[in-house]
Design a protein around this ligand. Structure first.
Ligand code: PGA
Length: 245
């Protein structure tokens, strides 16, 4: 039975390693995958007995133009800590300068190191306001660019409308479900790639998304900093475990 994945993206939280250790203990078995700040990975890994873990980003490898990468963290470093997952292309990283070409290189370096990439995809508000056709076109283009020339099957896609992230305004399950189905059918997306929804997932809306068969899980940001909320989200989708859909 495939679990409905709960992925906890802590973003730049918490402030101290002791708090990260506490949060990890509270979310062990609740989140399937915990994504702490990289600096806490080793400690979080030591605290987790059941849950998997990964990183929120990966740096580009050195190349002939930029042989030094001061302050960067390579995919192989992450893998050496036992991380099995990495987020790539989160809209907050794209806003800090990650172009589609950079995202693509990050996907490449991560998969080469054996990490499973959680590729984040999503349209900004201006596109969404234009409606379904414009949103589909944007998503298709973003995925095509992010995966061009990459053959890995070791992939998860997180559909996160940019305007829904951290805003308290989740997408409607109908729209998100339709886009998730659209993503699943794109020729560049390997068959059976799990599609997650992310963007203001909270206990109150989790069930409405969770009943959509096209979704294989959630990428949870803000609510993942509160273990009680994360537990409630997991409980809201518990039907998916029982039916094994
Ligand atoms: P959010 O973040 O749940 O706070 O909207 C989602 C994410 O990880 O991007």
């Amino acid at each position: 039975m495939k679990p409905f994945l709960i992925v906890a993206n802590w973003k730049m939280n918490p402030d101290a390693v002791s708090a990260a250790a506490r949060l990890a203990r509270a979310e062990d078995e609740v989140a399937h995958i915990v994504l702490p700040p990289a600096v806490f990975l080793d400690r979080v890994a030591a605290e987790l007995a059941v849950s998997d873990f990964g990183a929120q980003d990966v740096s580009l490898p050195s190349d002939q133009h930029l042989p030094g990468r001061t302050g960067s963290i390579s995919a192989r470093m992450l893998a050496s800590l036992g991380a099995r997952y990495v987020l790539v292309g989160h809209s907050e990283r794209r806003a800090m300068g990650d172009t589609d070409a950079i995202v693509r290189e990050k996907v490449r370096t991560a998969t080469r190191a054996g990490l499973r990439v959680i590729l984040c995809i999503g349209e900004p508000l201006a596109i969404r306001r234009k409606g379904m056709a414009a949103t589909r076109q944007f998503i298709k283009q973003q995925i095509a660019q992010s995966l061009k020339g990459i053959t890995t099957k070791n992939l998860i896609i997180a559909y996160e409308p940019v305007w829904a992230i951290g805003s308290g305004k989740a997408d409607t399950p109908e729209f998100a479900g339709e886009i998730a189905e659209f993503i699943q059918k794109l020729s560049v997306v390997p068959k059976n790639t799990p599609i997650l929804y992310g963007g203001s997932v909270v206990p109150e809306n989790a069930k409405a998304f969770g009943v959509l068969p096209v979704l294989s899980g959630f990428l949870v940001g803000g609510a993942s900093l509160n273990p009680a909320k994360l537990k409630a989200i997991r409980k809201a989708v518990s039907l998916r475990y029982e039916t094994g859909r």
